[in-house]
Design a protein around this ligand. Structure first.
Ligand code: UT7
Length: 332
């Protein structure tokens, strides 16, 4: 398994998801804010999204997806070396949601930490988690993207509440033959644009108070138009960057799995790249934007539907708060 350069390959050995039970359609939203199914479908491609029930939190979704990924990989919880949870909506500021997941799934031997890179979190976590496998330090690394965005959404703000959904996806990473699995990763960020997408209160800058709650500062705030422009540009450049790393072109891509934020963003980026729509996974109509969970849920669906075959060249790409972006190339 060890390549000539002293590192070994790292691939995805198992996948799992957690799709929460509550379905909220655009027609339901029409009764909550001044919007319409027609506007939401036309501007975003979203028809419905899934939400958690009141007693559920992010770690519950993450744990369900994780257990499924372990079963899919045939790996016992006690053999997991590391749990990384990417989330913009963790159970608490601390402890890390990864620790809560560890306890829920019985991965008692695992080291645990969270990563907060907004919607790019799962892609970042894959890049980071794979390093532990490639160096030989760990054999089984569980990477999870999990969100309960419904808890940080202002349900009275039509600019944001029509966009988001809850969910989780998990991947179990392990050694594969050199040259297969994750063969490229490109990560980036532009902190000078951090204000465009943020949850202003509840941290050290603006601790939670009656005033912050009254002003709705504990909810997601976003400049949608500016993020849209950034997203189209970034999806294009992040895919190009990882293709260059691998010596490939857009024509070599068998399947593109983009972050599901807006169908118009996906379509524009693919048009720039020249990647045809039948090579792109889209499920935003059913889940909305599930932030760090969107890429692993889409990947899981693609695998389940037989759209990914051994040897396929698969590219994952995401962007989000930070602002941040990342892409991963996989030889499946
Ligand atoms: O995961 C990463 C983070 N998020 C994103 O990637 C989101 C990126 N941005 C977007 O997807 C889009 O900018 C939105 C979907 C958020 C908004 O679409 P848009 O085409 O940029 O619309 P807009 O903000 O320019 O608004 C157009 C109009 C406005 O009315 P006026 O000013 O033209 O009269 C809005 O008030 O649409 C109105 N509007 C709505 N109308 C009905 C905004 N939200 C709604 C709504 N229903 N939910």
């Amino acid at each position: 398994m060890r390549g000539v350069d002293g590192v070994r390959g790292c691939g995805i050995k198992g996948l799992g998801v957690s799709i929460p039970p509550v379905r909220l359609t655009n027609y339901d939203l029409e009764k909550m804010v001044e919007t319409s199914d027609e506007w939401i479908v036309e501007r975003t491609g979203i028809k419905e999204r899934r939400l958690v029930t009141p007693e559920m939190a992010t770690s519950d979704l993450a744990a369900e997806a994780s257990s499924m990924a372990l079963e899919d990989a045939g790996v016992a919880p006690e053999d997991v070396d590391l749990v990384i949870v990417a989330s913009a909506s963790p159970d608490m500021l601390f402890p890390a949601t990864a620790c809560l997941v560890q306890a829920k799934i019985g991965a008692a031997r695992a080291a645990c930490f969270d990563m907060e890179v907004g919607c790019t979190g799962f892609v970042y976590a894959l890049a980071v988690g794979s390093q532990f496998v490639k160096t030989g330090l760990y054999d089984n690394v569980l990477v999870v993207g999990a969100e309960t965005l419904s808890r940080i959404t202002n349900w009275k703000d039509r600019n944001t509440c029509v966009l988001f959904g809850d969910g989780a996806g998990a991947a179990l990473l392990g050694p594969v033959e050199d040259g297969r699995g994750i063969i490229g990763a490109h990560l980036g960020a532009d902190g000078s644009a951090a204000d465009l997408l943020r949850l202003p209160a509840g941290g050290s800058r603006l601790p939670a108070s009656h005033e912050t709650v009254d002003a709705g500062l504990h909810y997601v705030h976003m400049d949608g138009k500016a993020v849209f422009k950034f997203a189209v540009k970034t999806m294009n450049s992040a895919v190009q960057a990882v293709l260059n790393q691998c010596g490939k072109t857009p024509q070599d891509v068998d399947l593109l799995i983009p972050h599901q934020a807006n169908l118009r963003i996906i379509d524009s980026a693919c048009q720039y790249l020249g990647i045809p729509r039948d090579k792109v996974v889209v499920n935003i109509d059913r889940y909305g934007n599930t932030s760090s969970a969107s890429v692993p849920i889409a990947l899981w669906e693609a695998v389940k539907d037989g759209r990914v075959n051994r040897g396929d060249f698969v590219v994952l790409v995401a962007f989000g708060a930070g602002l941040s972006w990342g892409s991963i190339a996989i030889s499946w």
